[in-house]
Design a protein around this ligand. Structure first.
Ligand SMILES: O=C(O)CCC(=O)C(=O)O
Ligand SMILES: [Fe+2]
Length: 245
């Protein structure tokens, strides 16, 4: 029998990241502070990652949001070594976002420049005492929500992060929209609701970004959160690029 050379392996993270139009995504990040990478993960990959939630040995800590006033719902931070796909996505996404981050810092007149490789950036975090991994898995049930926040865990903070919706908004849950707010100096705040399908990733600014004004760039302060889940269950994978103190 003639073997069929159909490649049934999922593409490696670097390959799938390189398929996106990064000049369009970078322009969207510059203009809006967020951009969606449609269908970054397959349905099977989403189910497999969401299915890790009860496997306690994969995680370093478990946070019940209501106890801290963060909202309602729960999340777990992964432990090193991260699951293969989570680690590969973190490594492959970083250099694309580092270019955007460096461009932003030029525009905001901030001196920090980010290295090209995530391994080098993690070494910087580790030298600064930020050793604990930050990728996390979130789980929301009906009535749960995530208050507006910024994921800062020490002096070093990479200015962009990624969240991947692992549940199907048509089948698994209703409500539970990803939202971003942008606080502008001496102006009213702007809100953005980001529509996501299962497997979509949203890249967004962690805490500040430049906005082009009539007389140069000014800085805005961002927060993100999730509106109340009306029914069902919603899982998200969060990829944060700095490690935590
Ligand atoms: O559940 C979400 O969509 C948001 C998760 C979140 O806050 C994060 O990934 O940092
Ligand atoms: Fe967050």
């Amino acid at each position: 029998m003639i073997p069929t050379h159909k490649n049934t392996h999922p593409p490696c993270a670097e390959q799938r990241i390189s398929r996106y139009d990064w000049s369009a995504l970078s322009a969207e990040l510059d203009e809006q502070g967020c951009a969606v990478l449609q269908r970054l993960l397959s349905v099977e990959e989403c189910q497999s990652i969401a299915g890790m939630y009860p496997q306690e040995t994969l995680f370093r800590s478990h946070v019940r949001m209501a106890r801290h006033g963060f909202g309602k719902g729960e999340y777990r931070y992964f432990q090193y070594p991260l699951p293969g796909l989570v680690s590969a996505l973190r490594t492959a996404l970083y250099p694309r976002l580092a270019q955007v981050a460096n461009h932003w810092n030029v525009r905001m007149a901030l001196p920090t420049r980010y290295p090209d490789s995530h391994a080098t950036y993690l070494e910087m975090c580790h030298r600064a005492g930020q050793l604990r991994p930050t990728p996390l898995l979130l789980q929301y049930r009906a009535g749960d929500y995530n208050c507006l926040h910024q994921d800062l865990y020490g002096d070093l903070a990479f200015p962009l992060q990624v969240a991947i919706l692992l549940s199907d908004p048509q089948e698994d849950f209703t409500g539970g929209e990803f939202v971003l707010t942008e606080q502008r100096p001496r102006m009213q705040s702007r809100v953005e609701v980001v529509p996501l399908q299962r497997g979509d990733a949203v890249a967004f600014a962690v805490h500040q970004r430049p906005v082009q004004g009539t007389r140069g760039s000014y800085r805005v302060n961002l927060r993100h959160g999730v509106s109340r889940v009306r029914s069902g269950m919603r899982h998200t994978l969060g990829i944060i690029f700095h490690d935590a103190q």
